[in-house]
Design a protein around this ligand. Structure first.
Ligand SMILES: O=C(O)[C@@H](CO)OP(=O)(O)O
Length: 343
């Protein structure tokens, strides 16, 4: 049911026309800030693929890719929305962003499912993240149900050169859906659907939520707290282990997000340290041992390409014009070129 609603809603946002007012838009300011990600420096070489997972995934991807055609409006400049012929895509970009620093990250408190907003630093991080991905196509955004992830996605999209408007879908009831309808096809085409789901929430930290991390380590011992925080299958008191978090986050990824990617849609996911760790564990086929040392920094975007049924980790774009990321696929290079021509 939820899946159906999701897909219908995305369908109504499908954009088939090219930017009409492109020339009126402002020139993009090139970002020269260089940041690093803990993950992409610490996990080089860990991209191990378990053949069974991969085979299953290929199967699913192939079957859904063969059913769906997708048009990239930016790559189809001369076509109008009525004459456009959908074409198949066998490639899609996936951007993962852990939310920017929250007010409880700043205070070093266990947060879990408590709905805490970004700090000032987190807001800045989200904007910087947006600059770094500002030339990468985004057709649909998935976020958790928590405001820190949603703020991050929205703030990041303020920097995107395509200048579409991210709009949160409200499918929680018939009335919510009816009352949030858009009645202009043109406006819909300039929008990006944002789907918020609890399954992408941070892992539920149980009775640690609201406690200070340092004080908890002083009280229960560093090792015990590290086990609660980073082990794969040991839950914190009355909370979720990473394994439990993965059960819902990875299931959601496979059921709702992967079909979008395999149909050629470019996806951004704004979520949390542990829900993203579990998704990365799935994408990179990390073992339960390897995932222990996987740390994600706040507000750092990470790019994957889904190509021929395989997820390829591209690292974190340093800036919007970084050659390495765009050089990797023709589609990304073309998309950026088109934006360069327009703005
Ligand atoms: O407090 C939390 O919810 C998480 C993420 O900030 O903490 P940890 O790094 O321990 O997983």
């Amino acid at each position: 049911m939820a899946a159906e609603v999701c897909h219908q809603a995305i369908g109504t946002f499908q954009s088939n026309s090219f930017l009409n007012n492109a020339k009126n838009n402002q020139k993009f300011q090139k970002n020269s800030i260089i940041l690093t990600t803990k993950y992409f420096t610490s996990c080089n070489g860990l991209s191990r693929r378990a053949s069974n997972y991969s085979a299953q995934r290929k199967c699913r991807i192939r079957s859904s890719a063969s059913q769906t055609s997708v048009v990239d409006p930016v790559l189809s400049p001369s076509r109008s929305s009525t004459t456009e012929t959908p074409r198949k895509s066998n490639e899609a970009a996936l951007i993962l962003i852990r939310h920017g620093e929250s007010l409880w990250n700043e205070k070093n408190l266990f947060t879990g499912c408590v709905d805490v907003p970004l700090s000032k630093k987190g807001i800045d991080e989200a904007i910087e993240a947006g600059k770094r991905i500002s030339s990468i196509p985004v057709d649909v955004i998935f976020t958790s149900a928590l405001v820190r992830a949603q703020m991050t996605a929205m703030l990041a999209m303020t920097q995107h050169r395509r200048r579409k408007v991210p709009i949160i879908l409200h499918n929680e009831s018939e009335q919510a859906r009816a009352w949030s309808q858009i009645f202009s096809e043109d406006t819909k085409k300039q929008s990006i659907p944002v789907i918020a789901s609890w399954q992408l929430n941070e892992r539920m930290y149980g009775e640690l939520q609201g406690l200070n991390k340092q004080e908890t380590a002083d009280r229960y011992g560093k090792e015990q707290v590290h086990e609660w925080r980073r082990s794969y299958d040991i839950p914190p008191p009355n909370g979720e282990s990473l394994e439990m978090c993965a059960e819902r986050a990875v299931a959601y990824f496979r059921e709702e997000i992967e079909p979008q990617l395999s149909s050629g849609k470019n996806v951004m996911i704004a979520a949390h340290g542990n829900s993203l760790r579990s998704i990365i564990m799935y994408l990179d086929q990390l073992t339960s041992q390897e995932v222990i040392s996987l740390e994600l920094s706040t507000g750092i975007p990470m790019l994957y390409i889904l190509k021929e049924g395989k997820f390829i980790r591209r690292g974190s774009p340093i800036g919007p014009a970084e050659a390495g990321v765009y050089a990797y696929t023709n589609n990304l290079a073309l998309y950026r070129q088109k934006l360069d021509d327009l703005y």
